[in-house]
Design a protein around this ligand. Structure first.
Ligand code: AR6
Length: 186
């Protein structure tokens, strides 16, 4: 693949409304907290769907710093793996939040490649309880992912699961701004 032109990234990115626990690909990403011991929002939904074995494995991991990621099995989920990442709590944007959020996507995608994952789903990390403005977070999520995909042909599909119409339209807009095609598998 060296010396070839950059891989098409946007064609492998998809926006989908709904519940990430239903993803039928290789891995889903969890927007966790640094204890990795569960919580509300998408974290709670993933632990409920995966079953108690997920929490048992998470207890062995010793937590995870903000901006980094750790991987477990998916247990009762359809996805084989859960990649747990810890997004930044939004405090105005001048405390390294953009870099930390970018790092969540980078580290998750890197772990995916290392584990042979070909399809992966992300929620809108930090956009719930952690308060990150979704317009800005969407640009970081999509931009970081597209940039990663141009360097990594191993990942065939990245799906962003978006909860609610508002999230879907914010991501669609960000996608078209950045160069992808909203509302369809470009
Ligand atoms: N599928 C897809 N997206 C979802 C789902 C779901 N099942 N459920 C919620 N969302 P949040 P954060 C969306 O608060 O901001 C937890 O307690 C939701 O609408 O889950 O990173 C952790 O333990 C929002 O757009 O994650 C941490 O303590 C997005 O997922 C803390 O919350 C993220 O919202 C992490 O906060």
């Amino acid at each position: 693949m060296s010396n070839s032109k950059p891989l098409d990234a946007w064609g492998r990115i998809e926006l989908r409304p709904g519940d990430i626990t239903e993803f039928d690909g290789d891995a889903i990403v969890n927007a966790a907290n640094s204890s990795l011991l569960g919580g509300g929002g998408v974290d709670g939904a993933i632990h409920r769907a995966a079953g108690p074995e997920l929490l048992a494995e998470c207890r062995t991991l010793g937590g995870c710093p903000t901006g980094q990621a750790k991987i477990t099995r998916g247990y009762r989920l359809r996805a084989k793996f859960v990649i747990h990442t810890v997004g930044p709590v939004y405090g105005g944007g001048r405390h390294g939040e953009p870099e930390l959020l970018r790092s969540c996507y980078e580290c998750s995608l890197r772990l995916a490649v290392e584990n042979g994952v070909k399809s992966i789903a992300f929620p809108a990390i930090s956009c719930g309880v952690y308060g990150y403005p979704m317009e800005e977070a969407a640009r970081i999520a999509l931009g970081t992912t597209a940039e990663f995909l141009t360097r990594h042909g191993e990942i065939e599909r990245v799906v962003f699961y978006l909860f609610g119409e508002q999230a879907m339209s914010v991501y669609s807009e960000a996608l078209s701004e950045l160069g992808g095609m909203p509302g369809q598998r470009a």
